[in-house]
Design a protein around this ligand. Structure first.
Ligand code: NAD
Length: 400
């Protein structure tokens, strides 16, 4: 079993035991409802493809499709399982699923990527749809790929079903606010947590690992909505930049800048990428990749609060170590749920034939995340649990 699946199952098992579930009940939660294992062809070559449908207890399966050479059935199972917990943790009327194709997209041309995407949707057509399973983009898949998939899917079923996929382009029925949703949601969860600790008036410093889609929109949201949170360091896969009087990331319409191109960092000497862990800041936001904080890096963490914006950026060993040092971890299942929440709002707009403004989408996102964060904090305080344990136990109770 791969580490990610093991970690997901161990975390669920631990939460289920606290709730007093017996082994039979735990097994029923861990079991996937359906798996589709097939091959898709593009450019004359065949690639292994998967769709795992973990749970539809709360609504249609929901989850992204990943194109990556490291995709495996176990990884897709892990991500489908975690999606079930995530949608339940924030109270969405959706279940958990995930898809993937084992392929290095850099080896395909534009036409072959389209062929692959259409073949994937064609194969799954009988098993997906707005009331069954709603795929979305993930690593190396985007709105263009989803547009091809929904076109192919609708051709197969012979009718329109605009809510069958989310993450579509705006002209194809995608939602305003989707691109920024995960980073924005992370800032909302952090802001709500600090408010609950009566800490939102005091200026605090923030170090940010990862400056891609999630990290950039997190930083933009701090800039516009949380003036008391000062960004003092950012990093990417190559470097860390520290500026203790605050990093001004500026406004960039239509593109995400690279940190090395930010005017405010021009005079800052870059440090190695791993230097981000030891930066003197109150809060460390992990928006890069899984297992970033592990047995090798956990000793370097200076921050008191960590925010999991990537999926699983803290290993279980490092989590136990950090909790033992009284650090607070805002868990991924709530902190990075902004993306799936706006996906859910896209689906609701599509199935009701409505089109919401960005303001309305952002306001709904805010309401859902504030409620979920408050519930998680309350449960954690009442039952003496870490925030992650609280989020998992609340999710399991909603999956009864
Ligand atoms: P992205 O590819 O746009 O950006 C990733 C960033 O991480 C880049 O700045 C990259 O340079 C940096 N990075 C990579 N390796 C690093 C390292 N070793 N040290 C420091 N920085 C490193 O990806 P993204 O869409 O921003 O996603 C980031 C994470 O959030 C991923 O784990 C993803 O699975 C997760 N996530 C994304 C979404 C979403 O809506 N995009 C939703 C939920 C979770």
């Amino acid at each position: 079993m791969n580490i990610m699946l093991q970690t997901a199952q161990d975390t669920i098992r631990e939460a289920a035991k606290k709730l007093g579930y017996d082994e039979e009940k735990i097994q029923a939660i861990l079991e996937v409802e359906a798996e589709h294992i097939f091959e898709v062809e593009a450019g004359g070559k065949k690639y292994p493809a998967y769709r795992v449908q973990h749970s539809s207890k709360r609504g249609p399966y929901k989850g992204g499709i990943r194109f990556h050479p490291d995709v495996s059935l176990d990884e897709v199972r892990a991500l489908a399982t975690l999606m079930t917990l995530k949608t339940a943790a924030v109270g969405l009327p959706l279940g958990g699923g995930k898809g993937g194709v084992v392929v290095d997209v850099r080896s395909l041309n534009h036409g072959e990527i389209e062929e692959l995407s259409r073949a994937y949707a064609r194969h799954l057509a009988p098993h997906i749809g707005s009331q069954k399973d709603i795929p979305a983009p993930d690593v190396n898949t985007n709105s263009q790929i989803i547009d091809w998939m929904i076109e192919e899917f609708e051709a197969q079923i012979g009718q329109a079903d605009p809510g069958a996929f989310t993450g579509k382009s705006i002209s194809r029925g995608g939602s305003e606010g989707r691109e920024a949703a995960t980073g924005r949601g992370g800032a909302i969860v952090l802001g709500e947590f600090l408010k609950s600790k009566k800490n939102d008036k005091k200026p605090l410093t923030v170090a940010l690992q990862g400056f891609g889609n999630v990290g950039y929109f997190f930083a933009q949201t701090l800039r516009h909505m949380y003036p008391n949170l000062k960004l003092v360091a950012i990093s990417n896969s190559k470097n860390t930049w520290v500026k203790t009087d605050g990093v001004d990331i500026g406004d960039h319409v239509g593109h995400i800048p690279r940190p090395e191109n930010l005017a405010d960092l021009a005079a800052v000497k870059p440090l190695p990428s791993d230097a981000i862990f030891g930066v003197k800041a109150d809060i460390l936001v992990l928006a890069a990749l899984e297992n970033a904080v592990n047995s090798k890096t956990m000793n370097q963490i200076g921050a008191d609060i960590l925010v999991e914006l990537a999926n699983g950026p803290i290993t279980r060993e490092a989590e136990k170590f950090l909790l033992g040092r009284q650090k607070i971890i805002l868990p991924d299942v709530v902190a990075n749920a902004g993306g799936v929440i706006v996906s859910c709002l896209e689906w609701q707009q599509n199935t009701s034939g409505e089109k919401w403004s960005e303001e309305k989408v952002n306001s709904e996102l805010n309401d859902i995340l504030v409620k979920a964060t408050k519930e998680m904090i309350l449960y954690s305080e009442r039952n003496h649990r870490s925030l992650k344990q609280a989020a998992f136990e609340l999710a399991l109770e909603r999956l009864q």
